[in-house]
Design a binder for this molecule. Structure first.
Ligand code: GTP
Ligand code: MG
Length: 179
């Protein structure tokens, strides 16, 4: 098992306040409650580093965690839950809204920001999703975003509960850092 040193650096409301030391950043973007913070904890093997909750809307700021003194994992507020006390839309992180708005994944494509599709909670299989296996959702999603990317983004199946995908995530991040 590889050794990890992961530490919380800071919570920022505005992108201008984020760390600016130029280290590579890997941000977790997605709807509230999909398990972004849990996945972060799973990746660095630290159960309570990022705060998680059963209720959507737990993460309310841009939270930077530094790993091995050399790169950041960035935990972001989720979007898409009207009932969340403060979510992605309400929090006013306008730059992030522009970049990550689900209507504009083309921004990432056009600006050549590497994006990876992370499927979370793969230990679950939801009835309301037609009982589809997680793998079957990959095709659906890639079809949806096909027009925005020259090549289909890579994807990884994960679970913060079983730690599925953890090694793959770390390997993937290492590869991106070496580009
Ligand atoms: P926001 O901060 O609101 O955007 O949510 P989030 O995406 O950070 O979700 P969070 O990690 O707080 O997890 C939400 C809920 O899902 C919690 O109750 C977690 O225990 C649960 N959860 C997270 N990951 C998994 C997973 O891989 N499997 C299962 N079964 N539950 C998970
Ligand atoms: Mg969170």
């Amino acid at each position: 098992h590889r050794f990890f040193q992961a530490e919380f650096i800071k919570s920022s409301v505005r992108t201008e306040d984020c760390p600016s030391d130029g280290l590579p950043e890997f941000a977790l973007v997605g709807r509230s409650n999909v398990g972004k913070s849990s996945l972060l904890n799973s990746i660095v093997r630290r159960n309570k580093l990022a705060l998680t909750s059963k209720k959507p809307g737990k993460t309310q700021c841009i939270n930077h965690f530094k790993v091995n003194d050399s790169w950041y994992l960035v935990d972001l507020p989720g979007f898409g839950y009207a009932s969340a006390p403060r979510n992605f839309e309400q929090i006013g992180i306008s730059l992030l809204k522009t970049i990550f708005s689900i209507a504009q994944p083309c921004w990432l494509g056009q600006n050549q920001v590497p994006m990876t599709l992370i499927f979370t909670k793969c230990d679950k299989r939801k009835k309301k999703n037609g009982g589809k296996r997680p793998e079957e959702n990959v095709n659906d999603f890639q079809e949806l975003i096909r027009d925005f990317f020259e090549t289909a983004p890579p994807w990884i199946m994960t679970s913060g509960v079983t730690n599925q995908g953890r090694d793959e995530m770390l390997l993937h991040i290492a590869q991106l850092r070496n580009y």
